[in-house]
Design a protein. Structure first.
Length: 257
């Protein structure tokens, strides 16, 4: 009888341990499944917000509204609320509906000039590009980009229209691509055909083969490089993140000293 009681007690103990192990596994699996899905609140434009609009005014009139998004899908630079130090800052360029407000889109009001907010000490220059060279339309106001150019010792054919891209303007075998500027701030992006500013959907719509105008904030020396590139070169942009590592080539001769 005593042995039977001991056996039953041991069985119950094992059952309790087994149940606890199963529950622990299920809880761990659930935690792993939801990892990275933490929700965060960010400010999203509900309508087009013109350049020069203060952050506080845009929030008060409903142009900016908090929305909950998965943390993994949101940039680390996304603005979650209008704090006192952000309220007086203004939009550096027009913010399109559905666009998440990023910290670099906000600048001091005194930097605004002609409807475009230009960082202190900088000038604004515009680079015309075909959509593939503009990272398929993913470049937008506030983006950081690197600028490349392809050069050759041989004469190259005149640059075709964006509709002819890839049909005629072929770099010779001796052509080489070089870094022109390793990191530049984008002030605005617009469609050359319509003149509308704002972010472009990634290669969608009638702009898929069109040209875009990317306006950059640069100093005088870099403005000269960008203008020369626009007139004589083959510009190409690379979209950067804060962690992107870019710099001039060390194994080959750089375009600009």
């Amino acid at each position: 009888m005593k042995r039977r009681v001991t056996t039953i007690a041991l069985a119950l103990l094992l059952a309790v341990i087994g149940t606890g192990a199963v529950l622990a596994y299920v809880k761990g699996a659930s935690a792993r499944a939801t990892a990275g899905l933490k929700a965060v609140t960010v400010l999203v434009a509900q309508r087009e917000i013109p350049a020069g609009t203060s952050a506080s005014a845009a929030f008060q009139d409903g142009s900016l509204r908090g929305e909950t998004l998965p943390e993994k899908s949101v940039s680390a630079q996304a603005v979650g609320s209008i704090t006192p130090d952000l309220g007086s800052l203004v939009m550096s360029s027009a913010v399109m509906p559905g666009q998440v407000l990023l910290r670099q889109m906000l600048v001091a009001a005194v930097q605004a000039s002609g409807g475009l907010a230009i960082p202190a000490g900088m000038v604004a220059v515009t680079l015309p590009l075909c959509l593939p060279q503009a990272v398929a339309g993913y470049v937008q106001a506030g983006s950081q980009v690197a600028i490349f150019d392809t050069v050759s010792s041989q004469a190259m054919n005149p640059q075709p229209s964006c509709m002819q891209l890839g049909q005629s303007r072929q770099a010779p075998a001796t052509g080489q691509t070089r870094m022109v500027l390793p990191r530049v701030q984008v002030l605005s992006v617009g469609a050359a055909a319509t003149g509308q500013s704002g972010a472009l959907a990634g290669g969608a719509g009638s702009q898929a083969q069109g040209s875009v105008l990317v306006t950059l904030a640069v100093n005088q020396a870099d403005a000269e490089r960008v203008i020369d590139l626009a007139e004589t070169g083959l510009p190409y942009l690379a979209l950067l993140t804060p962690a992107s590592q870019t710099g001039f080539d060390t194994t080959t001769q750089q375009l600009f000293q």
